[in-house]
Ligand binder design. Structure first.
Ligand SMILES: [Fe+2]
Ligand SMILES: [Fe+2]
Length: 201
C-alpha cells in the first residue's frame, strides 16, 4: 500500500495533467468553421489518449517492483507529456476543449496501469507494446479523419506517431510478450468506446 506522500504526489501529478492551461499565441484562422469543429473533435480524442497514456504509465510505475522498468516508463512519460502539450496547444488554436470526462478516463486508466504493474515483467512490457501498437494504428486512422486542409494537426500526429513507435520498440527490446487475443480485443474495444465518447464530450 503506497504511503500518503506517494498518494498526494500522484494526485498533484494528475491535477497538473488534467488542468494544464491551454495558453496559446494565436488562433487558427485558416480553416472554415465546419473544418475547425471536425479538427477540434479529432484532436480532443488524441488529447484524451495522451491523458490516458500518462495515467496508465504513472499507475504502472507505481506498482511495478522493477527499477529498470520504472526508469523506462518515466522516460516515456516525459515524451508523452510533450505530446500532451502539443495537443493542448493545438486544441486551443482550434478553439477546442479537452474531453469533459478526462478525470474519469484518467482514474480508470491509472487503475488499469496499477494492475498491469503487478504482472510479470514480460506481460507488463507486453501491455506497453500493445498499447503503443494500438495507438500507432489509431493515429493513422484519426489523421485521415482530419480535414485535408488541417496540415498542422496532421504534422503533430505524425510527430507523435514517431515517438509511439519508439515506445513500442522499447517494450519489445525489453522482452515484451504478446498479450492474449482476448486482452488485445478488450483493450481495442475499450479505447473505441472512449474515443467515440470523447469525440463529442
Ligand atoms: Fe503519446
Ligand atoms: Fe507512447
Amino acid at each position: 500500500m503506497p504511503n500518503l506522500d506517494v498518494i498526494l504526489k500522484e494526485i498533484d501529478y494528475a491535477l497538473n495533467i488534467l488542468f494544464e492551461s491551454n495558453n496559446t499565441d494565436g488562433e487558427d484562422n485558416q480553416l472554415t468553421d465546419c473544418d475547425k469543429i471536425k479538427s477540434q473533435r479529432v484532436m480532443r480524442v488524441n488529447h484524451m489518449g495522451e491523458v490516458c497514456a500518462q495515467a496508465l504509465y504513472r499507475g504502472q510505475a507505481l506498482t511495478t517492483k522493477d527499477d529498470a522498468m520504472i526508469e523506462i516508463i518515466n522516460n516515456m512519460c516525459e515524451e508523452e507529456k510533450d505530446h500532451l502539450v502539443s495537443l493542448n496547444q493545438r486544441l486551443s488554436e482550434l478553439s477546442g476543449r479537452p474531453s469533459k470526462l478526462n478525470s474519469l478516463w484518467y482514474l480508470s486508466s491509472f487503475l488499469l496501469g496499477a494492475y498491469v504493474g503487478t504482472l510479470e515483467k514480460d506481460k507488463s512490457y507486453g501491455f506497453i507494446y500493445e498499447t503503443e501498437n494500438q495507438v500507432e494504428d489509431h493515429l493513422d486512422e484519426y489523421s485521415k479523419k482530419l480535414p485535408y486542409k488541417d496540415l498542422e494537426s496532421k504534422t503533430i500526429l505524425e510527430e507523435i506517431k514517431m515517438d509511439e513507435i519508439k515506445h513500442k520498440n522499447t517494450a519489445k527490446n525489453h522482452g515484451s510478450t504478446e498479450l492474449s487475443k482476448f486482452s488485445k480485443s478488450l483493450m481495442s474495444l475499450t479505447s473505441k468506446v472512449m474515443k467515440k465518447i470523447s469525440y463529442y464530450i
